[in-house]
Ligand binder design. Structure first.
Ligand code: PEP
Ligand code: MG
Length: 578
């Protein structure tokens, strides 16, 4: 039994067998053997080659007819794994140096890879990947680890990986994948957000969980407290099972009240909308009591089908609007870049500060214009708003608005009907825009505060980097004062202000946000019942006093402590889980 602590990013508790992805970082536990064991070490290597070849035979037979190209690649792997020169070099490395089979294999393969890389030939560099794949296969066979995939899962598992990209996470099947844990990541990384969207418990930032766990190990993932237990004992299994049952019954109770309005005890109504990544989430968002979709992250349409044009977008929006049955939908234009890399996109040193989001759209007008056409047309099917992400300046906003005007002219000229009065808003995710919000307010219909990025860009802390996760503090007074300024600007200019960052789904922050005057938020669907319940326990004048007190403080930790005490006094049941 082993307990690991990471960053909790998606609530819930699960106990299931591990499926380890990403075996690139296979750990070689022992590098040398005693002289007397050299022959048996060579025997182990030969056995691993035979076993790997059998695995490849089975895979090739399975893929052969359907996916011939993959089968051919595996054929190349088989040739490499059977190469007599490779075998004799590994054998020699074991004999000459008393290396273990794993270490000898790694040394020899490394030498090959370096030689190929030195040739700097694009064709031969393809072989580098093949060599690395073969090394991975042989190593995992030697180490007794399975190389596993996510297709055709027959049992429920938790996925353990070094990293999962948001696009990989989007493909996890929540029927079979009951949770995940990764070495890297932060609380508001898009992988974490996707975990919440799927409603499966997740812990990230565990540093080396992918090498500590072997496929098939029993694992507990506690997504409330950020704990992962490897090989739990009977007592722990009983304890976590009991906690899981308690949490499930609380969640059931909250869900039964999810349709009640989110209104403070003294009658102030807060609109609670949902953030979605995929159209399939709309149904559960409505069941969880969302009064609309406040943020549709459309970039997953592009990531899943990079050539998706106007019609694919339009059909996608149509299906979302139909499932919403008259509730409002805010479509955010493509927010690619950062950790959501478009195919063939730039390799950037610093992608979150690079050609991301609206910058990518302005640099790639074709997909941007196609998406705008689709949104404008979809505006006739229901209440739709168009939202531009990561705007940093007025000229960038004006350029974007100009494109929307041009696209509208184009549709008009073609006689295509569209919503002439679609509300257009911006996300405020960069301090530069927050500080000039009064200039922005005159140009748009609404502002939506994206705190996931606003915190990152205000505090200069990468939202997805576990090494600086403790510096990523949404309660930093600088962040809170920017939000307050935005709320006030909205009130002065009669422009709606909502908040759609993950911060709004943290129960302990809600009294502060409501007290600051926010009347609209958007959160992950699964968290809506709890968020609404917390709002129903608040009294507006009390939380106004609380937020005035917090905004006087100079330190985020002090504010968090104050809010924690408040939560313990006012909604202990919710806080108790963390
Ligand atoms: C945000 O930055 O707060 C936001 C909601 O956008 P995303 O998380 O998709 O970057
Ligand atoms: Mg953002």
């Amino acid at each position: 039994m082993e307990i690991r602590h990471g960053i909790p990013v998606s609530p819930g508790i699960v106990i299931a067998e591990a499926l380890v992805l990403d075996s690139e970082k296979l750990r070689i536990p022992q590098r040398f053997v005693e002289k007397g064991l050299i022959e048996s070490e060579i025997g182990r290597f030969k056995q691993a080659v035979d076993d790997s070849n059998r695995t490849l035979d089975t895979e090739i037979a399975r893929l052969g007819e359907e996916i011939e190209i993959h089968a051919r690649i595996l054929g190349v792997h088989q040739d490499l794994a059977s190469d007599p020169v490779l075998h004799s070099e590994v054998e020699q490395a074991i004999r000459d140096n008393s290396y273990t089979a794993e270490h000898a294999l790694s040394k020899v393969m490394n030498r090959y890879v370096r030689k190929l890389q030195d040739l700097k030939s694009p064709i031969l560099s393809e072989r580098v990947h093949d060599l690395q794949d073969v090394e991975k296969l042989l190593l995992s066979t030697l180490l007794g680890k399975r190389i596993e995939g996510l297709s055709n899962l027959k049992d429920e598992v938790v996925v353990i990986a070094h990293n999962l990209t948001p696009a990989q996470t989007a493909k996890l099947d929540p029927e079979m994948v009951k949770g995940f844990a990764t070495d890297v990541g932060g609380k508001t990384s898009h992988t974490a957000i996707m975990g919440r969207a799927l409603g499966i418990p997740a812990v990230v930032g565990l540093e080396d969980i992918a090498t500590a766990v072997v496929g098939g190990d029993l694992i507990v993932i506690d997504g409330y407290r950020g704990v992962v237990v490897i090989d739990p004992d009977e007592g722990q299994i009983a304890e976590y099972s009991a906690r899981a049952r308690k949490m499930q019954s609380l969640a059931k109770r909250l869900k039964s009240q999810a349709k009640l309005p989110a209104e403070t005890i003294d009658g102030h109504r807060i609109e609670v909308h949902a953030n979605i990544e995929l159209p399939s989430e709309v149904k559960s968002a409505v069941e969880c009591g969302a009064s609309g979709i406040g943020l549709y992250r459309t970039e997953f349409i592009h990531l899943q089908a990079p050539t998706a044009g106007e019609e694919v977008h339009f059909e996608n929006y149509r299906s979302v609007i139909e499932s919403l049955g008259g509730l409002p939908l805010t479509v955010r234009t493509l927010d690619l870049g950062g950790d959501k890399l478009p195919e063939g996109g730039l390799e950037e040193e610093n992608p979150f500060l690079g050609c991301r989001s609206i910058r990518w759209c302005l640099a790639n007008p074709k997909p941007f214009r196609a998406q705008i056409r689709a949104i404008l047309r979809a505006g006739l099917l229901g209440p739709v708003r168009l939202m531009l992400p990561m705007i940093t300046s007025i000229s960038e906003l004006d350029r974007s608005l100009q494109i929307i005007d041009e696209v509208s002219d184009e549709l008009r000229a073609e006689g295509v009907e569209f919503d002439e009065n679609i509300p257009i808003g911006v996300m405020v995710e960069v301090p530069s825009l927050a500080l000039i919000a009064s200039h922005v307010a005159g140009r748009v219909s609404f502002l939506s505060v994206g705190t996931n990025d606003l915190v990152q860009y205000t505090l200069a802390v990468d939202r997805g980097n576990e090494h600086v996760a403790d510096l990523y503090d949404p309660m930093h007074p600088a962040v809170l004062h920017l939000i307050l300024q935005l709320v006030r600007t909205g009130q002065e200019h009669s422009v709606r202000v909502s908040l759609c960052g993950e911060m709004a789904s943290e129960s302990i922050y809600l009294p502060l946000l409501v007290g600051m005057g926010l009347r609209e938020i958007s959160v992950s669907p699964q968290l809506i019942p709890e968020v609404k319940q917390v709002i129903r326990s608040l009294v507006d004048y009390e939380v106004r006093e609380l937020s005035a007190r917090c905004l006087q403080m100079s330190d985020g930790e002090q504010i968090t402590r104050e809010l924690h005490h408040w939560a313990v006094d006012h909604f202990p049941e919710v806080v108790d889980r963390f």
